[in-house]
Design a protein around this ligand. Sequence first.
Ligand code: NAG
Ligand code: NAG
Length: 186
Amino acid sequence: MRNSISATSVFLLLHVILFSVFLQSTQCSNFSTDESGNLLEEICKQTPLYDLCLSSLQSNPQSSKTDVKGLARIMADTLLANAADALNYIEGLIKQSPEPEVERSLAYCAELYIPVVKYTLPQAIDALTNGQYKFANFGISDAAKEADACEKKLSGSTKSPLSDWNNLVENLSDVAVAIVNILIEG
Ligand SMILES: *[C@@H]1O[C@H](CO)[C@@H](O)[C@H](O)[C@H]1NC(C)=O
Ligand SMILES: *[C@@H]1O[C@H](CO)[C@@H](O)[C@H](O)[C@H]1NC(C)=O
């Protein structure tokens, strides 16, 4: 009895060892790590903003149990949530009746952000889910373009009140595009 149990354990142990040797030798991509922490780090290293990438992904518990496509989806969702918050912030500033010139610039920015939040990013996220990665990246990179256009409009004589939001949206967009590019390059 005792002997047969230990024989079984030895057999199992051998199996585990052989299997991990096999896994290591067949690991042909960066993404087949079995620890999610490694996957996040490997993916974020391939984006232009490692820290922002890692902190954004780590703040979502789903990140620890998903694949590269899932991480792209989480990053795109994070981008959408932040673009929506930016739009709320802009609308809040407009309600505080700023000077007419500032108000015009803020209204211009709201008009840039509204389609991003309502159509462009939700459509990009659908495309991502359906595996249409190039179309997804088109929409995701548009968010950065609009944030940049808003920032340029506001950065006149006074300091832009939206710099932090616009930069964050641009940065999150850059990270999400880089992750979708990993999917495109397969
Ligand atoms: C990950 O892949 C890149 C090329 O895409 C390669 O240069 C790098 O060495 C790989 N890293 C590891 C840890 O395998
Ligand atoms: C965006 O990224 C730049 C570096 O490219 C950094 O200097 C800046 O602090 C970041 N801004 C935000 C809001 O994340």
